[in-house]
Design a protein around this ligand. Structure first.
Ligand SMILES: CC(=O)SCCNC(=O)CCNC(=O)[C@H](O)C(C)(C)COP(=O)(O)OP(=O)(O)OC[C@H]1O[C@@H](n2cnc3c(N)ncnc32)[C@H](O)[C@@H]1OP(=O)(O)O
Ligand SMILES: O=C([O-])CC(=O)C(=O)O
Length: 376
């Protein structure tokens, strides 16, 4: 009997210098530096540079990178006009996928798959995805699109474009931390998808469109919105334990818990929980936070022994909710951060490319012959 690595679990297909995960101890590092240190000290701009270059920038390099991102925030006018006509019923991940594909049409360098070309496109995509997501959200909410500002950080500018109001420094910093926490995570499904597309030597936009499609699913990035759906369904904290208990009895999945690699707490969920706890201590516990506390306790008690603990999607929604963001935009915000990891991984992989092409054990019919339609 041939062994099948269902879900490619534990299969090593490449080397990478970017991200290390120890799933049993709940450790995550980028370039060897723990995620907690990135969250505490760094910015999304700096981590994006570090991922794209596989090293930390010096002050001048970071200033230049930041200036380049700011200079590339604006979208082609034609794309802005198109986004303004997107149907309001479309899910924001659909509009993001479509708009990124559309963006490629306006990039004369779109087909450039040299390392320099991929790098230049990566930088523009990191800058422009933010503008696309905010513009699509404004359209969906029936509000005028807000043009990017060049004097704000990446995080502050996104919140400004999304809400039309300049965020406070605390709000901007909090959102920046959320972006840092989501920027990269090894060979997760969407990054792997981006790499699979790039391994055919396809263009960078195609890789990112593929990755957006993979992130959208509720077993991956879509789980952050699904967690919010679950909290809304629970309604009040007193119902949480019974609701989760019932789901576990019926062997149904709880969203925002469990992970293919982490069999202990996802360290990003701890940073996000600490923030949620901080707000709870300052402003009183929100209903969402109280429900999450009970769900976490129930899950760890009941199925922690199976290695099921909260993942990054469990608490991220409370952070975005505190910033006044609606749940439909949570997964696009994940993409807004993960674009750096996708691009960095594609660029790293294609420098020593090999076509990705696994195999399946054939279990279908053998020795069959074609039967004409009228004879069936
Ligand atoms: C950013 C991210 O992508 S993080 C992940 C986001 N996704 C989610 O939050 C969706 C909910 N979680 C899940 O669906 C899963 O945990 C996954 C898909 C993320 C990982 O799943 P896998 O690695 O395939 O775990 P696997 O299926 O082997 O689970 C092992 C056991 O835990 C159970 N389990 C896994 N996840 C959950 C869950 N969310 N709720 C309840 N039970 C679970 C399984 O039923 C299985 O139980 P069994 O041994 O009694 O059959
Ligand atoms: O690594 C994974 O499989 C999923 C994940 O947590 C991420 O992409 O951030």
């Amino acid at each position: 009997m041939t062994d099948i690595a269902k879900g490619l679990e534990g299969v090593l297909f490449t080397e990478s210098k970017l991200t290390f995960i120890n799933g049993t101890e709940g450790i995550l590092t980028h370039l060897g530096i723990p995620i907690q240190e990135w969250a505490e000290n760094s910015t999304f701009e700096e981590l994006s540079f570090a991922l794209l270059h596989a090293r930390l920038p010096n002050a001048a390099e970071l200033a230049q990178f930041d200036a380049d991102l700011r200079a590339n925030r604006a979208l082609p006018e034609k794309l802005v006009e198109e986004i303004a006509t997107f149907p309001k019923h479309a899910h924001p991940m659909q509009t993001l996928r479509t708009a990124v594909s559309y963006l490629a049409l306006f990039d004369p360098q779109a087909e450039d798959t040299t390392p320099e070309g991929r790098y230049a496109i990566s930088l523009r995509l990191i800058a422009q995805m933010s503008t696309i997501i905010a513009a699509s959200a404004r359209t969906r909410e029936g509000q005028p699109i807000v043009a990017p500002r060049m004097d704000l950080t990446h995080a502050a500018n996104f919140l400004y474009m999304l809400t039309g109001k300049e965020p406070t420094p605390e709000q901007a910093r909090l959102f920046d931390i959320a972006l840092v926490l989501h920027a990269d995570h090894g060979m997760n499904a969407s990054t792997f998808t981006a790499i699979a597309t790039s391994s055919t030597l396809s263009d960078t936009y195609s890789c990112i469109v593929s990755a957006i499609g993979a992130l959208k699913g509720p077993l991956h990035g879509g789980a952050n919105e699904a967690v919010m759906d679950m909290l809304d369904e629970v309604g009040t904290p007193d119902k949480a334990a019974e609701y989760i208990g019932g789901k576990l009895d019926r062997k149904e999945k709880i969203m925002g818990v469990g992970h293919r690699v982490y069999k202990y707490f996802d360290p990003r969920s701890r940073v996000l929980r600490d923030y949620a706890e901080h707000v709870a201590n300052k402003e009183g516990k929100s209903t969402y936070y109280q429900i999450l506390e009970t769900i976490e306790k129930t899950v760890v008690e009941r199925i922690g022994s199976k290695g099921i603990y909260p993942n990054v999607d469990f608490y991220s929604g409370t952070v975005y909710s505190d910033l006044g963001i609606r749940k439909e935009y949570f997964t696009p915000i994940f993409a807004l951060a993960r674009i750096s990891g996708w691009c960095a991984s594609v660029n790293e992989y294609t420098k020593d490319n090999r076509l990705l092409r696994p195999d399946a054990v054939y279990t279908g019919a053998t020795d069959a012959h074609y039967v004409k339609l009228q004879d069936r």
